[in-house]
Design a protein around this ligand. Sequence first.
Ligand SMILES: Nc1ncnc2c1ncn2[C@@H]1O[C@H](COP(=O)(O)OP(=O)(O)OP(=O)(O)O)[C@@H](O)[C@H]1O
Ligand SMILES: O=P(O)(O)OC[C@H]1O[C@H](OP(=O)(O)OP(=O)(O)O)[C@H](O)[C@@H]1O
Ligand SMILES: O=C(O)c1cccnc1
Length: 483
Amino acid sequence: MRRELALHTDKYQINMMYAHWVNGTHKRKAVFEAYFRKLPFGNGFAVFAGLERIAQYIRDLRFTEDDIRYLSEQEENYAPAFLEELLQFHFKGNIHAMKEGALVFPDEPLVRVEGTIMEAQLVETAILNFMNYQTLIATKASRIKQVAPNDILLEFGTRRAQEADAAVWGARAAYIGGFHATSNMLAGRMFGIPTKGTHAHSWVQSFSSEQEAFDAYAKVLPDGVTLLVDTFDTLRSGVPHAINTAKKLEAAGKKMNAIRLDSGDLAYLSIQARKMLDEAGLDYVKIVASNDLDENTIMDLKLQGAAIDTWGVGTQLITAADQPSLGGVYKLVEIESATGEMIPTIKISSNPEKVSTPGKKDVFRIVGTNGKAMADYISSPDEAAPRNGARIKLFNPLHPYLRKNVDKYEALPMLEPIFVNGFQVYSLPPLEEIRRYHEQQLDLFWPEYLRKLNPEVYRVSLSEQVWNRKQQLIAEHMQLDLE
Ligand SMILES: Nc1ncnc2c1ncn2[C@@H]1O[C@H](COP(=O)(O)OP(=O)(O)OP(=O)(O)O)[C@@H](O)[C@H]1O
Ligand SMILES: O=P(O)(O)OC[C@H]1O[C@H](OP(=O)(O)OP(=O)(O)O)[C@H](O)[C@@H]1O
Ligand SMILES: O=C(O)c1cccnc1
């Protein structure tokens, strides 16, 4: 949550900045793009998140006197004039990015940074750090939401998160992905996320009887209280005691909200508890479940007919336990030459999926006349943008045999200008709007792309100009290698 984040970067960025400065190349213009190559969790899409944090970071990006003192103590012996320049530093470039909540796909730029090589290099680490984590958690949340679209989802992960920032920004990402509330009060205050809480086993253990514990809690928090019923024996003591408390609340004109199950066979226990509550005339009392849940256990529990209305999900979501990192990268795509021309650059790899696509690029979502997305289309800002009536060829560079010409479509530009010449031109939308945008984005896609297991692959196409430029640069490099 620290706001002075200029040193939140890898040392090699500072060293490259320094080497450019000594070399006299530090003012050269550069374009970098951040993207990932592989979708997480075997999902068919990812949910972009992290922009608010990125924008905050860029706005506040300054080296403090303390930062400079620390840098001056490094073994690199940075020249004092370089450190003096860092003290004056602030970001003066341009940033384009996807909107938070957007469905995003491999190999398309999610964040595009244009500036001097010095400033664009500095921000790589933090941008990837924010984008990779928050996009991962928003994607995991959206995946969980897919299996329980009509239930209430509570984010309970703080105690298991990889430290405080992850808990707070993870709670926000989960909300973007479709969760309804968080248990983290700081996230609630910072972002306006609704907060919810039940109670722990310790509350029950701190009384001489479970009944006394329930009654006391319900008395203090009579509106919408949720009681945890598994401290001793769920069906023989917890549920009957909760029913007694609910009846006492009814006598006082109040209504208990729910019981929470946190261990044992959640399908069996919820079905039995539902019966007991209904028989006691408490059909309005809901059932919350928690205990190491994720999209697979929730789906399985639903298949078993579990009578669960609300899911409390912690560890598996906030740590993205089955894939703890999104492998987003930040690659140089254009650099200014000594004569002031912008030159597309490429990173060659023996693995074709790792060969970067040179040149600055835009992303359009091509939506057919049926209102559904057909493919994303990556073109160069210096070619005509796709527009209805102008035929474009959709083909994926890794699967060039899958080609399709389309001429009736809507082309939605996906990259928004966020910073222009260092000034923030994008007003960050309220979180509710981001959440709604995510829902609208889901509506753009056929269910085949959204299913959790073996989804259809949504294609990201390159324009012919971008494709030809890539082939040309690959050929030039091969030629150089041969010489
Ligand atoms: N009917 C069910 N079908 C599939 N998975 C279930 C079912 N009921 C519970 N689970 C899941 O099985 C796992 C049970 O874990 P574990 O055996 O450690 O819990 P427990 O012993 O019941 O409770 P705890 O150790 O937290 O007191 C949890 O991930 C839980 O969500
Ligand atoms: O299981 P998660 O998805 O991470 O959800 C959060 C968990 O945190 C709490 O218990 P805690 O794990 O602290 O203790 P317990 O498992 O012994 O109840 C709560 O009762 C949930 O079980
Ligand atoms: O409110 C709850 O029930 C809660 C909050 C955090 C972690 N586990 C449960």
